[in-house]
Design a protein around this ligand. Structure first.
Ligand SMILES: [Cu+2]
Length: 180
């Protein structure tokens, strides 16, 4: 495991500080931001100096808007990404399964009734020629008080959406802790 310090973090409040004092937006929503380092499991597809930042906004109308910014990845490449249940660890598996608002009783969840971008937070993206991307998703709910996502994982490919493999996705390349 290797931790890559992100560039230009001076304006970022630490994750711990954000967790202690959620910021209120003008609209009355809450904003959380990711911590400023990325745990890398694949140094070829998440090169030295790559950064990933996540912002979650909880709107006054009950939605969650999640934005992912990545920089310095492999140019013109598809990556998968989702919110996961556990914090980042020594291996990609430590982050656990995808966070589901309504939890599938069957694990791993491949049923499109549960493993879909309305019940999970999907952030798949395609990098531009500079290896950068921004992706935003909106779900119609906010994480449960007692069960919240803890991280965002970057995967080797886009998420599958077939009738029997929904939510299935390849290797875990990197992880960023997010105090959702
Ligand atoms: Cu994932």
């Amino acid at each position: 495991m290797r931790r890559v310090r992100t560039a230009g973090v001076a304006a970022l409040v630490s994750a711990a500080a954000l967790a202690a004092v959620p910021q209120a937006s003008a609209a009355g929503g809450e904003v959380v931001r990711s911590s400023d380092d990325v745990v890398v499991y694949d140094a070829a597809l998440v090169p030295d100096g790559a950064t990933a930042r996540v912002q979650a906004v909880y709107t006054g109308s009950g939605k969650t808007i999640v934005t992912l910014h990545v920089r310095g990845l492999v140019p013109n490449r598809a990556y998968g990404s989702h919110a996961h249940t556990n914090a980042c660890g020594a291996t990609g598996l430590a982050a656990g399964p995808h966070y589901q608002y309504v939890v599938d009783a069957v694990s791993p969840s491949t049923n499109p009734a549960y493993a879909n971008p309305d019940n999970e937070i999907w952030l798949d993206f395609h990098t531009n020629a500079a290896g950068n991307a921004t992706l935003q998703t909106v779900v119609e709910w906010q994480p449960h008080d007692t069960r919240r996502p803890a991280s965002v994982i970057l995967h080797i490919e886009h998420t599958h959406t077939g009738p029997t493999d929904s939510g299935v996705v390849g290797a875990r390349l990197a992880c960023v802790n997010v105090p959702f």
